[in-house]
Design a protein around this ligand. Sequence first.
Ligand code: GDP
Ligand code: MG
Length: 361
Amino acid sequence: MTVDETLALVGNPNSGKTTLFNSLTGAKQRIGNWPGVTVERKSSRLKANHALIVEDLPGTYSLSPYSSEEIVTRDFLFEQQPDLVLNVVDARNLERNLYLTLQVMEIGRPLIVALNMMDVLEKASRRTINLKKLSYALQVPVIGTTATKPGALKELVQAIQAPLPKPYAFPEYDPRLESALSMLEEVIGKRVEADRSRWYAIKLFEKDPQVTAQLALTPAEQKQVTEILHTAEHLFDDASDSIIVNARYDFIARVMAMCVVDKTDFVMSVSDRIDRIVTDRYLAMPIFVLVMWAVYYLSIQTIGTIGTDYLNDTVFGGWLRFWFSIFSVRLVLRQLAPCTGSLVMHAGRGARSVTKQAWLI
Ligand code: GDP
Ligand code: MG
């Protein structure tokens, strides 16, 4: 790096920015406030190279223009154009921290990621992060750090002073979103410098009020923007601002799947263990024979015999036989009912005619 260049430290609150700032600068910082807000401003020179001014930016989770911290950080990155951005990422909360990383990348300044709290991550030993893959996935240098151990920051200090690759790689999102962004870039045209137009396009897509006002588009251009957003919203069946949020989370999910190994993923469940034994090359057949024998023994010798004895002696031999005999008698009687009826009728008629005859005599 050449004379008086600026290095901006950005990151989520409590990711270790100030600790890293103190370690990198020897804590001889200038403390003040950012203009117009009460947010603290700290800057100092890198211990290893006094030509480099380090700015400790306020901790923030995103670069939306809502809180003072977000506005200060966003304006500094975009307006002051630091020569290098050092994004301090808490390795324990990689997923959440990467959301800011993507937003910083969208701005397009050269970036290094310091994956901090590596000591805690290693001690917890629940997950490991593959730094090389993370660097490949993000297309930026990633250095593991423990900000509380200044002696272990050599690699980071070297990376800060090394020349950075150009051109800068932007995170690439869903192709449908990418095509909407390039159409928006065309509408924005030469209003902004070429390397900033993608960021402006993203902000237009997000319907960022500040940027939309700043661009001062003509009514015809504004109509074009509305049409592009409409088409995208129709394609994604979602509001344009949440399309961008989802695109970032999709990107993060891909990065996480590529770089993070949760050790608990390798702990075998009970069913996995059983599967491993019963599908063993040598044990599978004897286990199968044993299980079949057990089924036969249980059904024929023990439970089966008890069951059939109970059915024979108690169910069919006892109360079922009783009810069956009652049912059979009723059935026989019902079958005989018409005959007995006519018999009684005939007997009745016979008796009546005999009585009649007696009367006449
Ligand atoms: P900031 O909000 O990003 O400026 O975070 P700070 O620098 O104030 O750090 C927050 C807390 O994390 C402090 O208690 C630090 O001592 C601690 N801390 C920072 N970096 C590390 C690290 O690498 N390892 C460990 N174990 N603690 C750290
Ligand atoms: Mg701080």
